[in-house]
Design a protein around this ligand. Structure first.
Ligand SMILES: [Zn+2]
Ligand SMILES: [Zn+2]
Length: 334
C-alpha cells in the first residue's frame, strides 16, 4: 500500500500561490475537475473520485486515527464507469458525503501540489509527499514544510480536516456555513493523509453554537480548580482551566459578553460567556496580554485530565477523587 504525508492550508490569494507553485514545480499545471462521493464504510473510508463520465477511481483508505500509524494507507482501483459504480455503491451502502472541486495539480519532485477550489468551502493548498517503503513520516513532513514556506504560506494558514468533514460540519451547524466559523484559517495543522498528525489545534464553543473559537496551541498548563468561584462559574463540581497563550486563541464566530470580578490577588478577571446560552467560555486577566484561561468543557475534544494539576483541593466536593499521582494543592500553588 502507498503511504503519504499531507499538509493543508486555506489560501486567499490563489493567483500568487499558483505563480509560486509554477516556479518550484517540475510538472504542471494540470487542471482537473473532481467529483468525490463517499460511501458508508465501517473499516475506513471508501471514496469514488470521478474525473469525467468515463474516468474515475475507487479509493479505499484508512486514516491515521483509525489505524495507529501516522500516515494514511490507500488502495486505488481505476474505473471507466464512475456513474454506474456510484449508483451501485450508493444503493448497496449509502452515501455519506460528496465533495466537488476544481484542482490545479503541480508536481515538485515526489510532492504533489494541489490548488483546490472546493464547492461550498473555498480555496485551499494541499501538499502530498509520497513516502518510500519503510521511510519515516518525519522526513516527508520536513519536506512539506520547506515547500510550504517557499510557496509563501504562513503556518497560521495551516488547517486540519478532510473537505468532506468540513462540509459536514457546515451542514450540521448551519450557523457556521456562511459565517466566519467555517472557512477561515485554521492554524497549526499537519495532516497525514486526510487526518491530522498534530493535535495542536483545537476548537471550541458555547452550548448553543453561536460562539466558536479555535486554539492553535496545546495547553501550557491545565488546572482543575475546586474553589467555590470555579464551582459557581461552571455550575458544577469544579472548573477546568486550559491555559494558552493569548495569541493562540482566536474567536471565529459570535460575540461574547463579559462579566468581571475582582480576584484575591487584586486583579480584575474578565469572564467571557455566550449571551444566548450562558456557557462560560474563557477568562482573561485585565492587563495580562500573555495568557488566557479557556474553560475546558467548552472544547469540542474532551480534555484529558490525567495530567491536570488539582488546586484548592481543600474545597473539593465530597465524592470527588483526584487521580493517584496527580499534582494537587490544598490552595493556590506557589
Ligand atoms: Zn451559546
Ligand atoms: Zn477556582
Amino acid at each position: 500500500m502507498a503511504r503519504n504525508v499531507e499538509i493543508k492550508a486555506r489560501v486567499s490569494n490563489v493567483e500568487a500561490i499558483r505563480r509560486k507553485a509554477a516556479a518550484v514545480a517540475d510538472k504542471g499545471p494540470v487542471e482537473i475537475t473532481q467529483d468525490d462521493t463517499f460511501f458508508r464504510c465501517e473499516s475506513g473510508r471508501l471514496k469514488l473520485r470521478a474525473f469525467s463520465s468515463d474516468e474515475g477511481e475507487l479509493i479505499f483508505y484508512r486514516r491515521a486515527d483509525e489505524q495507529g500509524p501516522k500516515e494514511s494507507f490507500y488502495l486505488m482501483s481505476p474505473t471507466s464507469a464512475p456513474d454506474t459504480l456510484r449508483e451501485s455503491l450508493s444503493l448497496a451502502y449509502g452515501q455519506t458525503g460528496r465533495v466537488r472541486k476544481h484542482r490545479t495539480l503541480f508536481l515538485a519532485g515526489r510532492t504533489r501540489i494541489h490548488l483546490d477550489q472546493v464547492e461550498g468551502l473555498g480555496s485551499f493548498l494541499e501538499l502530498e509527499v509520497v513516502l518510500e517503503d519503510g521511510e519515516a513520516a518525519e522526513s516527508g513532513i520536513r519536506e512539506a514544510h520547506i515547500l510550504i514556506e517557499r510557496l509563501g504560506v504562513q503556518s497560521t494558514q495551516l488547517m486540519r480536516g478532510a473537505y468532506v468533514d468540513l462540509l459536514a460540519q457546515g451542514a450540521s451547524n448551519p450557523s457556521t456555513q456562511s459565517g466566519p466559523g467555517l472557512g477561515q484559517e485554521r492554524p497549526g495543522e499537519i495532516a497525514c493523509g486526510e487526518k491530522r498528525m498534530s493535535d495542536s489545534v483545537s476548537y471550541g464553543g458555547c452550548q448553543c453554537g453561536s460562539i466558536r473559537f479555535e486554539l492553535s496551541r496545546s495547553a501550557l498548563e491545565l488546572y482543575v480548580c475546586h474553589c467555590k468561584e470555579c464551582r459557581k462559574q461552571a455550575a458544577s463540581a469544579f472548573g477546568i482551566s486550559v491555559i494558552v497563550p493569548r495569541a493562540a486563541f482566536r474567536l471565529t464566530q459570535g460575540t461574547p459578553k463579559f462579566w468581571s470580578r475582582a480576584t484575591d490577588a487584586g486583579h480584575t478577571l474578565e469572564c467571557a460567556f455566550c449571551p444566548d446560552c450562558g456557557s462560560r467560555l474563557w477568562h482573561q486577566q485585565r492587563g495580562n496580554a500573555e495568557t488566557i484561561s479557556v474553560k475546558g468543557g467548552s472544547l469540542d475534544e474532551p480534555v484529558d485530565l490525567r495530567r491536570a494539576v488539582h488546586i484548592w483541593t481543600s474545597r473539593m466536593l465530597p465524592g470527588i477523587i483526584v487521580p493517584e499521582g496527580a499534582a494537587q494543592f490544598p490552595g493556590e500553588p506557589e
